[in-house]
Write a protein that binds this ligand. Structure first.
Ligand code: SAM
Ligand code: SF4
Length: 334
């Protein structure tokens, strides 16, 4: 799949549910209305759609959400997709299956994820301070996430910690978090807040440019340039003192669209070709139409890829305080 700007689309992110057991302040409003079940694709439907994408050149799939691990029986989807890793041999096929999670279910699920073929996971953790964790997630307790991280490590999974940098909230914690990650053999990736969805608050209060965090970190740590890349928007450095990596995702201050290799599927079968644009394709209709075979489904996917835009244009609108894109990250899949 090649888009109109010559970029190869090889990475599919799938939001398997819009629901979550937490309510992070930058991600969701406190009082969210979730999708009715009938609109949400079954795990079998998601598996069939992912299979079509794999057949068309997708090499990496990330399950996300909402919180992917709270969806009932989601492990069956991991198992089915995991069984395709390497199945097409040298002809391509799925090479990596991964997940982004808040970690709360990892104590029970880490071994099963590893057995299903998952090797690397992202766990979101914005702070190591229990009180701040409770404030950021609106009601979460930090222990299940920390226990989950250690369970995942014990299961053999490689872990990258994702942390959204929030002005006046966790901005002065990163020396400590970097040391903690080094101690436990974890990579760290910092993310700027993006204006996605109404969150019942003021985003300009939350926004913190990562260039500020990076220069502060450089006072105590040696960040060595590296050409390591996961094909994504993060810019990575090796932390000389710990040997681990630190990444910075800066959608607000740096446009990373030129090398974009991904599209995003929601749990209702809507395909977004760009996180920061509204254009989308409905794949649920062809998927549920009994008259539509896999060939027609592939055609619908190709038609969508032909509309992949050149890039996003995030702006935190200071006057209107409105989000740049109306849907929440939990819908599109972060
Ligand atoms: N629930 C899982 C988790 O928290 O990792 C997966 C879904 S969550 C939407 C994926 C990632 O998006 C998380 O790392 C979260 O911090 C990030 N995220 C959510 N809303 C965001 C926003 N407005 N700006 C930047 N990152 C955001
Ligand atoms: Fe849930 Fe993840 Fe959004 Fe937090 S960032 S509310 S854990 S989906």
């Amino acid at each position: 799949m090649i888009d109109p700007f010559g970029r190869k689309v090889s990475y599919l992110r799938v939001s398997v549910t819009d629901r979550c057991d937490l309510r992070c302040v930058y991600c969701m409003a406190e009082d969210m209305t979730f999708l009715p079940k009938a609109e949400v694709l079954t795990l079998e439907e998601l598996d069939r759609l992912c299979g079509a994408f794999i057949g068309m050149g997708v090499e990496k799939i990330r399950l996300t959400g909402g919180e992917p691990l709270v969806r009932k029986n989601v492990i069956s989807l991991f198992r089915s997709l995991g069984s395709r890793i390497g199945a097409e041999g040298a002809n391509g096929g799925l090479k990596e299956l991964t997940v982004t999670t808040n970690g709360t279910q990892l104590v029970k699920m880490a071994d099963d994820l590893f057995a299903a073929g998952v090797r690397r996971i992202n766990v979101s953790l914005d702070t190591l301070d229990p009180a701040k964790f409770a404030a950021i997630t609106r009601w979460g307790k930090i222990e299940p996430t920390l226990d989950g991280i250690f369970a995942a490590k014990a299961a053999g999974l490689q872990i990258k910690i994702n942390s959204v940098a929030l002005k006046d909230v966790n901005e002065h914690e990163y020396d400590h978090m970097l040391a903690w990650c080094g101690e436990h053999g974890l990579d760290l990736c910092l993310i700027e807040t993006m204006p996605l969805g109404d969150i019942s608050g003021d985003r300009t209060d939350q926004y913190l440019p990562l260039s500020v965090v990076r220069s502060r970190l450089r006072q105590n740590w040696t960040l060595e340039e590296t050409d390591y890349s996961t094909g994504g928007p993060a810019r990575y450095y090796t932390v000389k003192e710990t040997g681990r990596r630190i990444g910075f995702i800066t959608p607000m201050t740096h446009n990373f669209c030129e090398s974009c290799n991904r599209v995003r599927l929601t749990c209702t079968g809507t395909l977004y070709m760009c996180l920061g644009q509204d254009d989308a394709a409905d794949l649920r209709r062809p998927l549920r139409d009994p008259g539509v075979d896999d060939a027609a489904l592939r055609e619908a996917i190709l038609e969508a890829i032909s509309r992949k835009p050149k890039g996003h244009d995030f702006v935190i609108d200071r006057r209107r305080k409105a989000p740049a894109v109306a849907r929440h990250m939990s819908v599109t899949g972060g």
